[in-house]
Design a binder for this molecule. Sequence first.
Ligand code: ATP
Ligand code: SKM
Ligand code: MG
Length: 168
Amino acid sequence: MNNIYFIGLMGAGKTTIGRMLSKQLDKEFYDSDVEIERRTGVKIPLIFELEGEGGFRKRETLALEELCQLDNMIMATGGGAVLMPENRVLLKNSGKIIYLRGKVNDLYQRTRHDKTRPLLQGGNMKQKLERLYLERDPIYTSLADYIVDTGAQSALEITSYIEDLLKK
Ligand SMILES: Nc1ncnc2c1ncn2[C@@H]1O[C@H](COP(=O)(O)OP(=O)(O)OP(=O)(O)O)[C@@H](O)[C@H]1O
Ligand SMILES: O=C(O)C1=C[C@@H](O)[C@@H](O)[C@H](O)C1
Ligand SMILES: [Mg+2]
């Protein structure tokens, strides 16, 4: 299958850049977080509140099992989607994987006022992001077909860079 998947931490730009790239390449765009909310009829923070992270992860796998059967689409995955080995297999077998690697400070600046990410709420948000970066960067890196470092470039510049990368 010919899909393109974005992976990376919260605030890396997966949704923003994934959507832009889908317009440039004229492909369908999906966001696994949005699809989970659509299927459950409630927002992600409420799923975490009622069912914990474990419940959310089960719903995430069910959504990915369906979504990864589609073809020729672009999908932004939830930041923790790669934690489950079965999700890694689903992604790897059905598309190219792009790791958007942001710097912790940039991720922090982009997510600090947003209350929609349960894993960052309560306590020191920057420390939480640092810990998640250390835990997850090796997983994102080993799974990725392409690693794209995002620094000072705008989302549009990063999208153009990825478009060129995919043509090579
Ligand atoms: N390269 C960039 N430069 C500046 N701002 C950016 C860039 N990429 C994304 N943003 C902004 O950062 C915020 C978070 O981006 P986005 O929602 O796309 O991240 P995400 O990776 O999908 O996060 P999550 O895993 O939580 O869904 C948005 O407000 C977006 O506009
Ligand atoms: O990094 C994570 O574990 C998460 C990221 C978000 O995209 C959501 O999938 C949810 O808030 C969990
Ligand atoms: Mg997103």
